[in-house]
Structure formats: C-alpha cells, structure tokens
Write a protein that binds this ligand. Structure first.
Ligand SMILES: [Zn+2]
Length: 252
C-alpha cells in the first residue's frame, strides 16, 4: 500500500503497541509497523503483536518483509513465538533482524516454551552498533542504545523520508547526531519528568528527555511510545508532539 499525496510518497506508520512491559490492553506492548511502497517492516514484537497486526492493519504475518527487534527485553520480543506459529501455518518464514544476543534469546525462549523447531521458521540477520543495511527500499542504520541489556536505536530512510526510533534508551548524544533533521522521531517516554532519576537508572527516558532529544535533533515531530501507565504530562513543547493510541495510523 502506497499513498501518494501531492506527488509525494507517504510512508505509513501503524501504532500496534505503545506501552512498556507494565502496560494495559488499550496501549498494548511495544510494536510498530512501517509500510512503504515495497516494504512492510515490523519493529519490535511485544506480547499480543499478532492480535494488533490483525486488528489494526489489513496485514497478516505473511505480508511482513522484515521484523526488526531492538533488544531482548520481553516487551519487545515475547510476541515473536506466536508470529512464528502463524508463519508456519501460512507456509512462510519470518526475516528477523537484530543483535546476536536477540537471536540467542529467541532460541532460548522457543526451547523453554516447548517449540524449539520453530527456530527454522526464522531467517535471522545479525546487526550490531554502526550497522547500515538495505531492507528492500529502506536503509536501516543502527547504533547502540544506553540500556541495561544490549539494545539498538534505529534510523530508517525510506522513499526520501527519515524515520527514527529510540527503542529503549536513556538520552544518547550519538542518536541525536544520527537522526538530525528526520521527519519523525518515535521516542520512548517511560516516565514522567518527576521520575527522571529512576528512568535514567534503568536506561530509559522521560517525556522531557524525549522532547529535548527531538528539539536538539531538529526533527519535525515527536511521537511518544513505551509510555507509562499513568497519563503523560505535557506542558508547552518546542516541537509538535503527537499523542497516539493503539491502532492509530500516521502518514510520515
Ligand atoms: Zn528494554
């Protein structure tokens, strides 16, 4: 599906899940879908990603070209076994892109839940800090996040658009350099500003951190995900902040 508006191609962003690990059914757990002319790239695959994919989009598992996993924490990964089950049912395989330790975590997970053979339904491509790779019509650049486990921060260049995703991380100057001028920044906002000390201690960001990163990187707009269960406090912000709900679709 490609939408063309006034001669410009539009990349669609489906918000499949926008909560962290302690989430609720209205936010679900972290998962995003980028749809361009030739690609459907799922980014992170928290619990219930399959149900969100079917509920929020016209796609099924066999419509996905790639699944990019930022790190092995459960709210970014635990939906993958169900995706593999459906991939097998549909006679397809899933191309998963991520860190080497994500691959090890997936295999350990599949073993522990009794379906080790489903590893063969996955084609895994390992990336690391500084990797730049072509995914269909998209270029993905990945750098290391600041998080308790190895994790990636991502920049996608698709159809002349730049879309950045923080994954889970404390504010990172390298990421600001990487995403300067991007059209959209999807950034985690795990806590409100008053809980900044705890957020940084656990390798996360606050709402204020996300806004500062967006402003310093001079991105066009900020989309807040990986949100706390408590309502966000947004005071005056120097750039447009988009507050999304599960199943929202944005044109980038
Ligand atoms: Zn995490």
């Amino acid at each position: 599906m490609t939408t063309v508006v006034w001669g410009f191609k539009v990349v669609k962003l489906f918000l499949l899940g926008l909560g962290g690990w302690a989430s609720n059914p209205f936010m679900n757990h972290t998962s995003l879908l980028l749809v361009s002319e030739r690609n459907r790239i799922l980014i992170d695959v928290g619990e219930c990603t399959y149900s969100s994919l079917r509920m929020c989009t016209p796609y099924d598992v066999n419509d996905l070209d790639y699944v990019v996993v930022t790190h092995r924490h459960g709210d970014h990964l635990l939906g993958l076994p169900t995706m593999l089950i459906h991939a097998k049912r549909l006679g397809t395989r899933i191309r998963v892109v991520g860190l080497k330790d994500v691959y090890e975590a997936i295999n350990e997970l599949l073993r522990s839940i009794g379906i080790p053979g489903y590893s063969s339904i996955m084609e895994f491509r390992a990336i690391e800090d500084g990797s730049k790779l072509r995914l269909g019509d998209a270029t993905l650049t990945a750098i290391s996040a600041i998080h308790p486990v190895p994790a990636l921060m991502l920049r996608f260049d698709i159809d002349g658009k730049c879309i950045a995703y923080s994954g889970d991380s404390s504010p990172n100057a390298n990421f600001i350099d990487l995403i300067r001028g991007c059209g959209a920044l999807i950034h985690e906002a795990s806590a409100d500003n008053e809980f900044r000390e705890d957020a940084l201690k656990y390798g996360h960001s606050t709402v204020g951190d996300a806004v500062r990163v967006a402003k310093e990187a001079e991105v066009k707009r900020l989309i807040l995900v990986h949100r706390d269960l408590n309502p966000l406090t947004l005071r005056s912000t120097p750039i447009p902040v988009v507050l999304v709900h599960r199943c929202d679709v944005l044109d980038i």
